[in-house]
Design a protein around this ligand. Structure first.
Ligand SMILES: Nc1ncnc2c1ncn2[C@@H]1O[C@H](COP(=O)(O)OP(=O)(O)O)[C@@H](O)[C@H]1O
Ligand SMILES: [Mg+2]
Length: 177
């Protein structure tokens, strides 16, 4: 994509250069991905950081949107999956996925979700129910729970309207077949 509703052409250039670097330098140890991303792409783009996971750096585009940028090759894959999942998920489940507004190679613009969920038993039950709903639609809801399925990955969910759980990190969700 060469033009964007949310990003300046300068931003797109910086991101493109960064993603090319990510592809080249992927052999580096994991820890340095974050450091490098902050030192380079974040500094150049000059947006505030909202958060950072193992694979993606998330920057503040203002009131309504955030910019997610891959910081490793796996991050590029996660961005692609997230974009595709949002596009293909059934409408009734789309309401539980933070909206992807725009995307390109290694980046996407997502609706900003500010409100955290209460870390309670009740939310956990809700999250479990949500995972089942995804399962029934043939989607395995990857990063919603930790590997042993015991703990909710709180960093990956937010509170939407009517206390609905909204997943903000679904780069790991997959269509089963
Ligand atoms: N849509 C969003 N609204 C607000 N904060 C977000 C949003 N998406 C991500 N974040 C913040 O950025 C962090 C990292 O994003 P995430 O997509 O989970 O990256 P990773 O795939 O590396 O785990 C999240 O834990 C959260 O704090
Ligand atoms: Mg995450």
């Amino acid at each position: 994509m060469s033009s964007s509703k949310y990003l300046k052409s300068r931003d797109l250039k910086i991101i493109r250069a960064w993603i090319n670097r990510v592809k080249r330098k992927n052999e580096k140890p994991k820890k340095s991905h974050k450091k490098q991303a902050r030192k380079r792409v974040k500094k150049q783009l000059r947006y505030k950081e909202v958060g950072c996971g193992k694979k993606r750096l998330v920057l503040d585009l203002g009131k309504r949107s955030v910019l997610k940028i891959a910081i490793s090759v796996n991050g590029i894959k996660d961005i692609e999956r997230e974009v595709e999942m949002y596009r293909k998920a059934p409408n009734k489940l789309k309401r539980n996925l933070a909206k992807v507004r725009e995307s390109g190679k290694g980046w996407l613009v997502m609706k900003k979700m500010k409100r955290k969920v209460a870390k309670t038993k009740r939310t956990k039950v809700k999250a479990r129910r949500l995972r089942k709903r995804f399962e029934r639609s043939g989607i395995s809801a990857g990063d919603l729970f930790s590997k042993k399925s015991k703990r909710v990955r709180w960093a990956n969910i937010r509170r939407g309207r009517k206390r609905k759980i909204v997943v903000i990190d679904y780069g790991n969700f997959k269509f089963k077949r």
